[in-house]
Design a protein around this ligand. Structure first.
Ligand SMILES: Nc1nc2c(ncn2[C@@H]2O[C@H](COP(=O)(O)OP(=O)(O)OP(=O)(O)O)[C@@H](O)[C@H]2O)c(=O)[nH]1
Ligand SMILES: [Mg+2]
Ligand SMILES: [Zn+2]
Length: 353
């Protein structure tokens, strides 16, 4: 039995307290925003004496208009965001202002990059920003989707972010299975993507991955159930404490992977230490489809296709049945994996024309 099981009544009380806190924060936020707007309209310079100081912060998680923002000292604050500054997401640098027991985010700093993913309605939604590494996780269970993997790699390529492939749960395979699994990933290794076989339940452990994570802001991506959250748990000795602090600061549930959440890796006190780094857990998806790209962008996203641009007989070659197609020649010669070209064609169907 869990150590601290709450009665239904206690749970309701806590929820009611959190709801009251949120409402109080909302009304204070509105008061601050009204004052900012009024000052702006009257062209009044913010009064440094009476206004609580604005400060830089890092968005750790976002739930609707509610954010958990980390300040420079590493403390978390429950902030609301004003609606006209865009949609700050996990990893965003923001400017915020304290409002008593929380704060209000007043500005979103320019992003180095942002990873977006279509939501259930098919609209692109930002998931996380300012990434330096995308770790795409595949595992023997659930069976990997090469199409999904390729889409994440294309996204990374277009964002200019380094990507690697994590082969998780390798303890589930015997030696033969292990070799076959890595064999299937060999084309990715040949393209220059690092492959990290890991397990949190036995050999080969997680060392292959940890050295890649040092000092990075890395996001774990991949299908639901491949082991992303378990990996976070294994890599962060204090994850329960971090989740507890988050939950205390914001009142969001303890066990949710419904939103991308940024954790600090050990060895990092303020985000800039040696080792350390940040690790973002993201909610898994069964599938998604990159859309809104041009053919040129899509070709840029496939590492092996980019250098062949302009080498086909026709400038607008689709690499389907055109004569003198450099891409299909490369496939026939074995230097391009046919499955990658197949995924390219799938994605081509969603291009902007
Ligand atoms: N055998 C084995 N099982 C693992 C390993 N890592 C994770 N699992 C199991 O895989 C299942 C799914 O793990 P999660 O960490 O919840 O997967 P996830 O990728 O976070 O899934 P979503 O949050 O739905 O996207 C759990 O039952 C874990 O115990 C591993 O290294 N070996
Ligand atoms: Mg998870
Ligand atoms: Zn071609």
């Amino acid at each position: 039995m869990p150590r601290r099981r709450l009665s239904e009544r206690q749970r309701q009380r806590i929820q009611a307290i959190q709801e009251r806190r949120r409402r109080r924060l909302e009304s204070r936020t509105n008061a601050v925003l009204d004052k900012l707007d009024a000052d702006r309209a009257a062209e009044v310079e913010p009064d440094a004496q009476s206004e609580p100081a604005v400060q830089p912060g890092l968005v750790v998680v976002r739930h609707g208009a509610h954010l958990a923002v980390e300040d420079a000292a590493g403390n978390l604050h429950h902030c609301m965001t004003r609606s006209n500054i865009g949609h700050p997401v996990c990893g965003d640098r923001v400017v915020w202002q304290p409002t008593g027991d929380g704060g209000v985010v007043t500005a979103l700093e320019a992003r180095h990059n942002v990873l977006s993913r279509p939501d259930y309605s098919g609209r692109d939604k930002p998931l996380a920003a300012n990434l330096t590494l995308m770790a795409v996780v595949v595992a023997p269970q659930p069976p990997p989707s090469g199409f999904l993997l390729d889409q994440y790699l294309v996204a990374a390529e277009l964002m200019g972010v380094r990507a690697l492939v994590v082969a998780a749960k390798m303890d589930l395979l015997d030696d033969v299975g292990h070799a076959a699994f890595l064999d299937a990933l060999a084309p990715y290794r040949d393209l220059g993507y690092a492959i990290c076989p890991i397990s949190i339940k036995g050999a080969p452990g997680v060392a292959a991955l940890t050295e890649h994570l040092a000092g990075e802001t890395a996001i774990l991506l991949g299908q639901s159930g491949v082991g992303k959250s378990s990996l976070v748990q294994a890599l962060l000795p204090d994850q329960d404490i971090q989740v507890g602090r988050l939950s205390e600061a914001t009142g969001f549930g303890r066990h949710t992977t419904s939103a991308a959440t940024c954790y600090r890796l050990p060895g990092d006190q303020a985000g800039g230490g040696v080792g350390g780094g940040r690790l973002i857990d993201s909610p898994g998806v069964r599938s998604f489809r990159l859309t809104g790209l041009t053919q040129a962008e899509l070709e840029q996203g496939f590492r092996e296709l980019a250098p062949l641009r302009g080498h086909c007989r026709f400038r607008d070659c689709r690499h389907l049945d055109e004569p003198d197609c450099a891409v299909r020649t490369a496939v026939a010669e074995g230097s391009i994996d046919p499955r990658r070209l197949e995924h390219f064609h799938h994605l081509r169907e969603g291009l902007v024309r």
